[in-house]
Ligand binder design. Structure first.
Ligand SMILES: Cc1cc2nc3c(=O)[nH]c(=O)nc-3n(C[C@H](O)[C@H](O)[C@H](O)COP(=O)(O)O)c2cc1C
Length: 186
């Protein structure tokens, strides 16, 4: 069984996204499901240049040298991927968007090599309600991406937490994340 790969798009090491990722992995640990967490903010991920080297060479990797080189083989191997992000300016964080842009390189001769993977989303926003937060934009974007790449969305969890420590107090959100984790167990 391949590892569950979890990508955290928040810059705050002890932030709300990190708390929710920790809750998610706790569920996986209960059944010894293998996983790996990547903190995108700490990684060097350059913007996609749209040079099309990846597509022209059917490379399933990128001509640029950075931390994505390590991620492409892992992404190809894994069947389950979770994206976690704070809402920044009414959508996903720039750190997560940079990473997603670079998935363009996984467009091979037979469509997206990323297809058929199971994906899940964990989103957290500072607003007290989802309507004003912009989380629906993020969900719409992630849904469009999943449809385009033919991924199966296993679940989407979102909730309100603003300051560091707020996610720990949002029991409903923690519970929702825990339940999402169960769906990713081996
Ligand atoms: C640059 C920036 C933009 C933000 N934009 C929004 C927003 O559009 N909607 C919202 O509800 N919260 C917004 N927030 C609040 C964060 O989503 C919220 O504090 C979240 O818990 C941060 O996650 P973290 O603790 O993992 O960093 C923003 C925060 C920052 C720093």
């Amino acid at each position: 069984m391949s590892k569950v790969l979890i990508f955290n798009g928040s810059p705050r090491k002890k932030g709300n996204t990190a708390t929710l990722v920790a809750e998610f992995t706790k569920t996986l640990q209960e059944t010894d499901t293998e996983f790996e967490v990547f903190n995108l903010h700490q990684m060097e991920i350059k913007p996609c240049q749209f040079c099309n080297w990846c597509v022209n060479n059917n490379a399933l990797s990128c001509v640029q040298t950075d931390d994505m080189n390590e991620l492409y083989p892992k992404l190809l191997e894994s069947e389950k991927i979770v994206l976690a992000s704070p809402i920044y300016w009414f959508t996903i964080s720039a750190q997560l968007k940079l990473f997603i842009d670079r998935l363009y390189a996984l467009h091979g001769e037979n469509g997206y090599a990323f297809k058929k993977k199971k994906v899940g989303y964990i989103l957290v926003y500072g607003d007290s309600n989802s309507e004003g937060s912009g989380v629906n934009n993020a969900i719409g974007t992630l849904k469009d991406i999943a449809n385009y790449m033919q991924n199966e969305i296993v679940g989407t969890v979102h909730g309100s937490a603003y300051k560091i420590g707020d996610a720990e107090k949002n029991k409903q959100l923690l519970n929702d994340v825990y339940e999402l984790g169960k769906k990713f167990r081996s």
